[in-house]
Design a protein around this ligand. Structure first.
Ligand SMILES: Nc1ncnc2c1ncn2[C@@H]1O[C@H](COP(=O)(O)OP(=O)(O)OP(=O)(O)O)[C@@H](O)[C@H]1O
Ligand SMILES: [Mg+2]
Ligand SMILES: [Zn+2]
Length: 306
């Protein structure tokens, strides 16, 4: 893995006795931030990243709907979403939070923005002066921001924190696995096509190399059910999810069909699963949510009552 994206304050680089420590407060500040990060992460039961080698397959849609569905399902006020897509943040728009800001409190902590059902969100989008403003940053700066989202945001006690990653296996996923050593797992999203399959397999390899458990794979945009006659049309072919899941370390979590309402609801900041509970896509989505709940119930953390 690329070493340039390693945290500047990782413990093997500073033991409190380096030149910088004796001449400045920089290392002390870094240590404080590291302690703060540990403190905050300890209060979050399950930390789950949503990733894909391929762009535009529905990672953010899956993240936003998972968060809302779990909040609705007994975890109200106990779900957070960290939007780790620094260049293309979508979560605020999808959860109806456009135009809101992160606000600092007297304790130096920053309050996340709260969506319906108390879903707490942190995103670079809340910090941008306008919609068209780009973030033109390289790896180390992006890692610093993700670190601050984890250490300086008052997440509080959460059952689930979902981390919405940008496509690929670059800076942001690497930062997340380095900053959250006890990441519980990744949900990997693919489209049904062979093109998607080929690239998404790289995410599987990434998770294995990073020694992060793979909760499973979701095949999104998996066919379209005609609202007139009920026929299923495989617009992007079929089967990539199941083929990737032939690998015994990759459970298959489900297939979510295309539904224009998914897109319309996202654009309007409404959670699709909440708005259209009886559509085939929402039902498929709920099956994925159940798999995530099952994963958390089977976790040793649950048994230990952490
Ligand atoms: N099952 C679906 N049916 C219809 N539209 C969908 C579905 N899933 C996602 N979409 C739409 O496809 C578009 C891309 O989805 P999304 O932004 O979630 O992808 P992404 O993988 O997060 O993209 P990126 O790689 O840019 O982060 C969005 O407009 C979303 O509303
Ligand atoms: Mg996205
Ligand atoms: Zn038809």
């Amino acid at each position: 893995m690329e070493s340039s994206a390693k945290p500047a304050n990782s413990s093997d680089e500073c033991n409190g006795k380096c030149d910088s420590c004796s001449t400045s407060n920089e290392c002390n500040d870094q240590k404080k931030q590291e302690q703060s990060l540990k403190l905050r992460l300890n209060k979050i039961k399950f930390k789950i990243a949503v990733m894909s080698g391929k762009g535009g397959v529905g990672k953010s849609t899956v993240t936003a709907n998972l968060a809302m569905a779990l909040a609705m399902n007994g975890h109200k006020g106990k779900v957070g979403v960290l939007d780790a897509d620094i260049h293309g943040p979508c979560i605020p728009k999808m959860l109806g939070l456009k135009g809101q800001n992160l606000k600092g409190g007297p304790d130096g902590l920053i309050s996340p923005v709260s969506s319906n059902l108390g879903v707490k969100v942190a995103s670079v989008d809340f910090m941008l002066p306008n919609d068209d403003a780009p973030v033109i940053w390289r790896g180390p700066l992006k890692m610093q921001l993700i670190r601050q989202f984890l250490s300086d945001i008052a997440w509080g006690a959460l059952d689930f924190l979902f981390i919405d990653l940008p496509p690929g296996t670059g800076d942001e996923p690497l930062s997340v696995v380095q900053l959250i050593p006890d990441l519980d797992g990744v949900v990997i999203v693919t489209m049904p096509s062979e093109v998607s399959e080929a690239v998404v397999k790289k995410s599987v390899s990434f998770a294995k190399q990073a020694k992060v458990p793979i909760i499973g794979i979701v095949e999104n945009m998996s066919g379209f059910v005609c609202p007139d006659c009920g026929a299923k049309i495989d617009i992007f072919k079929a089967g990539a999810g199941k083929r990737i899941a032939r690998d015994p370390s990759v459970p298959f979590l489900g297939s979510i069909p295309i539904d224009p309402q998914v897109c319309t609801n996202s654009d309007n900041g409404l959670p699709f699963t909440v708005e259209n509970p009886s559509s085939p896509s929402a039902i498929a989505f709920k099956a994925v949510v159940q798999e995530i709940e099952q994963f958390s119930k089977n976790s040793p953390k649950r048994e230990a009552g952490q």
